[in-house]
Design a protein around this ligand. Structure first.
Ligand code: PEP
Length: 248
């Protein structure tokens, strides 16, 4: 089933986060989307309240990041087990904002993906090239390199989701052309097939970067696109619902 994941990033205090979650939940309750799974990834501080607000609606809950460690003296970290304990089913790891602003390497992302799965979560592993990398024709090489480095050796492919998010498309209003998305998703699909055999074809490949209700249908129609990771548009209930409906 396709997956539409909303990444709220560091946005929302309790009142607005709850209002947004309730608006999305109400729309889903009224007319459940067929053929698409919808996921909300609020900031860690909102997981409990948003989780309660969406309980029983079919909307899934996810974290935006997790510690590579299971527990202990890691001040400020949130473990994958803590996310699972709050009802999360998914966690995003290796988002480009964490790679860029928090210095996360492929190896660090692989450790987080392993920690996520050890806690029973599905890991959404993000990869994507910068604008300068695309400009010099290195997009595919960069993305496949990140993919290879960001998966732990013992990753469970049945609890893996991959998100292709070109860094230059995130929050910019610019998107790759359908042909450019098809090229990268095709390369990722091929790589996953080589690594995991037939199971690789079942790993959902999400596209992320400036997806809106206006462009969602065209992007979701691209071969090997199994859903989307949505940032800005997930902060407006009607936009997020519009994207979910485009996938259903
Ligand atoms: C993201 O940050 O994961 C993202 C896709 O952001 P946006 O939709 O705002 O480009």
């Amino acid at each position: 089933m396709r997956l539409i994941a909303g990444n709220w990033k560091m946005n929302g205090l309790q009142a607005e986060g709850l209002a947004l979650a309730r608006a999305v939940a109400d729309a889903i309750r009224g007319a459940p989307p067929l053929g698409a799974e919808a996921l909300i990834c609020p900031p860690a501080t909102l997981l409990a309240s948003v989780g309660a607000a969406i309980a029983g609606t079919g909307l899934a809950l996810g974290g935006q990041d997790c510690s590579p460690e299971a527990k202990g003296a890691f001040t400020g970290d949130v473990s994958a087990a803590m996310l699972a304990d709050l009802g999360c089913r998914y966690v995003i790891v290796g988002h480009s904002e964490r790679r860029q602003f928090r210095g996360e390497t492929d190896a660090a992302v692989a450790k987080k993906a392993a920690a996520a799965q050890a806690a029973g979560l599905h890991a959404i592993v993000c990869v994507g090239e910068r604008g300068d990398e695309r400009a010099r024709g290195a997009a595919q090489t960069i993305v496949l390199g990140q993919m290879a480095g960001s998966l732990p050796a013992d990753i469970d492919p049945t609890r893996l989701v991959v998100a292709y998010e070109p860094v230059w498309a995130i929050g910019s209003g610019r998107t790759p052309t359908p042909a450019e998305i098809a090229e990268i998703h095709g390369a990722l699909r091929h790589w996953l097939g080589e690594r995991f055999g037939s199971i690789g074809s079942g790993i959902r490949l999400l596209y992320g970067g400036s997806v809106t209700p206006a462009n969602a249908a065209a992007i979701l129609a691209v071969p090997a696109v199994d859903g989307s990771l949505v940032g800005g548009a997930s902060l407006k209930a009607s936009d997020f619902i519009g994207i979910i409906r485009a996938a259903a």
